[in-house]
Write a protein that binds this ligand. Structure first.
Ligand code: AQP
Length: 364
């Protein structure tokens, strides 16, 4: 299967941030780490929103494999998890004719810009990142410098593409703020040259957060107060996008409940009811009001099979598409290679601006 060639992005090495765009739609960048099988949270909280964005935004979606090794990883799994994440982007509806889909480590500018930004980022900015503190506790003495540096790499990811907007959930807001501060305070304010009117010419574009209307936060099936996560050691805590129907049904059957009858939203004493009813609404394509009315007087015993059925039905077309894509590795390879080309063109131009601003000798 051949991949249609999308419009190329011009390289404009010495131009200011955002110059030389061939497309005037706001640019958006986002990614998922290939740290394991993608789950309902990754889909409903992130990828589903990307699908909606790709028609009226210039979208760049990467599989952030360099981020995946900031915690201990299994080398024998990394390439497969990277491919399966990319295939799931497509299976969920990301269209390579509209969006640029690529693997982060295939564009070396990510690592290089990260180093340049490291050298201007104060250490104490990184030490106060909440996600670092939380993940570092889990790693104990083994915590890597890469985990501390995670937000600088994320800043490089975003800033390389002159992203106008970055979709962020609550847990990533602090990282986006850091990316903005690095761009504005540590690069533009210090190194920008001036135009003939004495105005600074920005080197990096300062991105805005994109707060989505319905930011679905999917919680664990075994604890309604913690988020569904790829790295939770308990596999019963999440439904992955590739779980077979029987496994989905079993996981939902075993999901934590409470002793009360009736499903409801917004009761702080009933986080599991809130989470599972929210999942039902999203997966069955109901409004929250309709779901609450339908399930408001149902017992858990009647509700769980309904949720399982809705989940299996929502995932079936996505799983079928995924298996088709994996059966055609050449097509997936072409999508990623075209994505790398398009992403590299933009990223190299930005990197060159930063190299020049920092005073590096040009290579001949
Ligand atoms: N439970 C969730 N509900 C809603 N959105 C979620 N996301 C992740 N979990 C949920 C969103 O998915 C995108 C990609 O996340 P990531 O892989 O970069 O890292 P993460 O947020 O740390 O996701 P996980 O699944 O918890 O991975 P691990 O366990 O490896 O850390 C992000 O947009 C995120 O908001």
């Amino acid at each position: 299967m051949s991949v249609p060639v999308a419009s190329s992005v011009p390289v404009a090495s010495a131009s200011p941030a955002g110059a030389g765009r061939s497309i005037e739609r706001p640019r958006v960048l986002s990614g998922v780490q290939p740290t394991g099988a993608l789950h309902l949270g990754n889909w409903l909280g992130a990828i589903r929103n990307w699908v909606a964005l790709q028609s009226d935004h210039d979208t760049f979606f990467c599989v952030v494999d360099l981020h995946a090794i900031t915690v201990p990883h299994q080398p024998e799994r990394l390439a497969e998890d990277t491919l399966s994440t990319a295939a799931l982007y497509l299976a969920c509806g990301i269209d390579p004719q509209k969006a640029t889909i690529f693997v982060q480590s295939h564009v070396s500018a990510h690592s290089e810009l990260c180093w340049l930004l490291n050298c201007v980022t104060p250490l104490n900015w990184l030490e106060r990142m909440i996600q670092f503190k939380e993940k570092a506790v889990k790693q104990g003495a083994d915590v890597s410098a890469g985990l501390l540096d995670y937000p600088v790499l994320m800043a490089a990811d975003i800033l390389l593409y002159d992203a106008d907007r970055v979709p962020v959930g609550e847990d990533q807001k602090q990282h986006l703020e850091l990316a903005r501060d690095i761009a504005q305070q540590r690069i533009n304010a210090r190194f920008a040259s001036r135009d003939s009117a004495g105005q600074p010419i920005p080197i990096l574009k300062v991105p805005q957060p994109l707060i989505l209307k319905e930011g679905a936060r999917v919680m664990s099936l075994t604890d309604g107060r913690s988020k569904m996560s790829k790295s939770d050691p308990n596999e019963g805590s999440r439904i992955t996008l590739l779980d077979p129907a029987e496994l989905i049904t079993r996981k939902i059957k075993r999901a934590k409940t409470d002793p009360q009858m009736g499903l409801e939203f917004g009761n702080p004493e009933r986080p599991e009811a809130d989470n599972l009813l929210g999942l039902y609404a999203l997966l069955a394509g109901r409004s929250r009001e309709a779901a609450a009315a339908e399930c408001g007087s149902m017992g858990w015993g009647s509700f769980k099979p309904l949720l399982a059925e809705a989940t299996v039905a929502a995932l079936a077309p996505l799983q079928a598409r995924y298996h088709e894509l994996r059966a055609d590795p050449q097509h997936l390879g072409e999508v990623l290679s075209q994505g790398r080309e398009r992403a590299s063109a933009v990223a190299e131009a930005t990197l060159e601006r930063v190299r020049q601003a920092l005073g590096f000798l040009a290579s001949s």
